[in-house]
Design a protein around this ligand. Structure first.
Ligand code: NAD
Length: 724
């Protein structure tokens, strides 16, 4: 028997206060103990004549309830001994909570929710099952149903109560996008009935229960209930909403996300049913989605691994916390300006150094510009800007406890700024390079203590991209790793930790996706087919479009540098000729308005350059889309597997997080390692061998993958030992 999670206190007025307080946790979550105690409370409400009504509250200052305990859910479990399928087991479990909340709202006594802080997922679903809902007046409080973001749908009545409160159209927006609402928004949408000062929430809830003994029926259980906005396929607004929402959802997810279809179905069908049947219908859809490996993979990467990484899963143990107070930012270009901005926003002092005062000032102006666009309060924006000191003088770096360089991608220039910085701050300071291609171990030679040298690789635009790739050079020590991870935590981004290699992990694997797209173009595949298939497999944009965004000349320069570095060992990548042709044609991508796409001067939508086929003639026989998809996918998978085999990656968690958050690898898969585990490594090896025989050795699986497949292993099964 686990400890009590909900305390019951009956006052003189017969009002039962149910205080949720999950033992040993900083935040309330819905787990077995909460469900058990809630069931007992509902039973008492129904049967104890001394109880006139109830108030649900939280004892935690962190909020009301953060949602279901996703970490505690065992989505990968096989069918149980009772012979029931996993789907049936999940259905039973979900129905349990669903029916419990239904009995709460039909218990015959008024129940109020006193919401002192965030109420998300199952937390908000409990609130919605109460007859009166009051929330603290604090714009930072978030209320929402974010299940969609981790591959699930709300399974405790959320898909049914939210539309009945606010209408189908606005409810779908929250359900399909997982968007949160503030207390004031919730009030406007009828999700809560009152917003009061924080100290008055509980009292307001109690006073309502006391004053309203007869208000124990939800609007949707009243005979006179009218669904806001109307429902039913004969209702033109309802039909149009679903036509629009289905098309939009499909456009965004290409039909890859099971939970999107399930949410649409649960709302469409459920809104036309009485509540008792509607909640069972929701449970059916929930079970179907949750039993599919897709949900387990998404939850693991997008929730469990992400949280673990942000909490320091890869931080070396025993190194004291070392948050950055003053950052020395070398280079105030695109990346330097962005890094300065996110650092200053996190409260860090920044010395922003460039070769001219004009360039340094321009870097600072980037922050001013972005904050203005965000319409940030002027006093707040001024405080952030005050923390950025533009300079050309190395002496200003004195006192910096972390340096990051983002100067031009040249070994010589990087070595020069590294040495000049060491002369001021000393080699005990941690130095991070934001290089995208140059191996860290080599760059570290310019710093007297290479153990204090590390790669801190950001993505562009820095203020939007959530990932930072930490690169450990051959001599990088634990202090540098800890410092870099503490800094990433300060700026609230998600870190992965990888070992040194050309292109590290993300650029190297992402590059294969781009190159394979070029190879297909070179072979005469229709450019539109390449782009569409990539989007269909869940990539945010096609390889040709992304090449245009990054700049075709960048890929060309990287290839030239690699050629120079590797000499005879250099093997030209597929599609290199395509880039050379485009260089000859002066087409560099979006930056000069000419790339694989044409960018009309009048600002109208870009479109594939019609003359591409003149330079890359179309093959008579066009391959099947499934074959194209397989190549674009497996070319990435094999490179990821190689990174694991070579030790560039130490955990599949880093690999999955880096892929999804770094280069937009199809999120519904949970990442390349989850995708390989789900497909089965034997199947992956077999497919790669077939592709290698048809398209070249770049598809050949590494020996480690063959061995793992032969032993029937999985990445997660095997790598679990390596992570905390
Ligand atoms: P950029 O050309 O926009 O900026 C480079 C800045 O460095 C310029 O302002 C330049 O004046 C300054 N600079 C050059 N030499 C200097 C010196 N000796 N001392 C001080 N400042 C000097 O380039 P960027 O896109 O910001 O890239 C910078 C670094 O970040 C490169 O190493 C690049 O590979 C890496 N990177 C770029 C991206 C990207 O998407 N652009 C992504 C990740 C990493």
């Amino acid at each position: 028997m686990t400890e009590q999670a909900i305390r019951q206190d009956l006052d003189a007025d017969g009002i039962l206060t149910l205080t949720i307080d999950c033992p040993g946790l900083s935040m309330n979550v819905i787990n077995e103990a909460v469900t058990r105690d809630l069931a007992a409370a509902v039973e008492r409400l129904k049967t104890d004549p001394a109880v006139k009504g109830a108030v649900l509250a939280s004892a935690k200052s962190s909020g009301f309830v953060a949602g279901a305990d996703l970490k505690g859910m065992n989505f990968s479990a096989a069918a149980g001994g009772d012979g029931k399928s996993r789907e049936a087991q999940i259905y039973d479990a979900v129905c349990g909570l669903n029916l419990l909340l239904r009995s709460l709202e039909t218990c015959g006594k008024p129940v109020a929710a006193a919401v002192n802080g965030l109420a998300l997922g199952g937390g908000l679903e409990i609130v919605l099952a109460c007859h009166y809902r009051v929330v603290a007046d604090n714009p930072k409080i978030t209320l929402g149903l974010p299940e969609v973001l981790v591959g699930l749908l709300p399974g405790a009545g959320g898909t049914q109560r939210l539309p009945r409160l606010m209408g189908v159209q606005p409810a779908l927006m929250f359900l399909l996008q997982g968007k949160n609402m503030s207390p004031q928004e919730a009030l406007g949408l009828g999700v809560v009935q009152a917003v009061v000062p924080a100290g008055e929430v509980l009292e307001t809830a109690r006073a309502w229960v006391k004053a309203n003994p007869g208000k124990h029926v939800q609007p949707w259980d009243e005979k006179t209930f009218r669904f806001p906005g109307g429902v039913g396929h004969m209702n033109p607004a309802f039909a149009q909403t679903f036509m629009g929402a289905t098309a939009m959802a499909h456009r965004q997810t290409m039909g890859n996300m099971n939970q999107i279809k399930a949410i649409l179905s649960a709302v469409y069908e459920g809104s036309q049913l009485p509540m008792d049947r509607a909640t069972r219908l929701e449970a059916k859809y929930f079970a179907k989605v949750a039993a599919d490996p897709q949900a387990g993979n998404m939850i693991r990467t997008l929730f469990v691994s992400k949280q673990a990484a942000e909490k320091g899963a890869r931080r070396p143990q025993g190194v004291p916390a070392s948050p950055t107070k003053k950052l020395g930012m070398l280079g105030a270009g695109l990346m330097g300006a962005g890094i300065a901005m996110v650092s200053a926003q996190a409260g860090i002092e920044v010395v922003l150094l460039d070769t001219s005062m004009e360039a340094a000032e321009k870097g600072k102006a980037y922050t001013a510009d972005r904050l203005k666009k965000k319409r940030m309060d002027e006093t707040k924006a001024a405080a952030i800007l005050d923390r950025i000191k533009p300079t050309t003088d190395y002496a200003d770096l004195a006192g910096c406890d972390l340096i990051i360089e983002a100067v031009f991608e040249s070994r010589e220039i990087k070595a020069d700024v590294t040495k000049k910085t060491e002369a001021v701050v000393g080699a005990d300071t941690i130095f991070g390079s934001n290089t995208s291609t140059l191996p860290i171990t080599g760059l570290a030679e310019a710093w007297t203590k290479p153990d204090n040298f590390i790669g801190i690789h950001f993505f562009s635009p820095v203020e939007k991209m959530p990932l930072v790739e930490i690169i450990v050079g051959k001599k990088t020590g634990p202090q540098a790793i800890a410092k870099a991870l503490d800094y990433v935590a300060q700026i609230r981004k998600t870190p992965i930790v990888v070992n040194d290699s050309r292109g590290f992990y993300t650029s190297r694997c992402f590059g294969t996706f781009v190159q394979e797209g070029l190879a297909l173009l070179e072979e005469g595949v229709a450019p539109a087919a390449i782009e569409n298939v990539a989007r269909q497999m869940g990539m945010p944009v096609g390889p040709l479009a992304v090449n245009d965004e990054v700049g075709l000349d960048l890929g060309y320069k990287v290839a030239q540098q690699t050629k120079k570095d590797l000499g005879d060992a250099y093997k030209p990548g597929p599609g290199e000729k395509v880039i050379e042709t485009m260089m000859d044609l002066g087409r560099y991508g979006r930056k000069n308005g000419k790339g694989f796409y044409a960018y009309p001067q009048d600002g109208s939508q870009k479109h594939l350059w019609p003359e591409l086929s003149a330079h890359f003639p179309l093959a008579t026989n066009q391959p099947d889309p499934a074959a194209l998809k397989e190549r674009l996918l497996y070319r990435q998978l094999v490179e990821c597997a190689r990174c694991f085999a070579e030790g560039v990656l130490e955990t599949p968690q880093d690999g999955d997080l880096g892929a999804i958050f770094g280069w937009g690898f199809a999120p519904h898969t949970g990442g390349p390692f989850s995708a390989m585990d789900t497909a089965g490594l034997a199947h992956v090896v077999e497919t790669l061998d077939r592709l290698a025989s048809g398209h070249g050795e770049r598809f050949l699986p590494p020996q480690m993958l063959r061995d793992m497949a032969a032993r029937g292993e999985t990445f997660y099964g095997n790598a679990a030992r390596k992570v905390a």
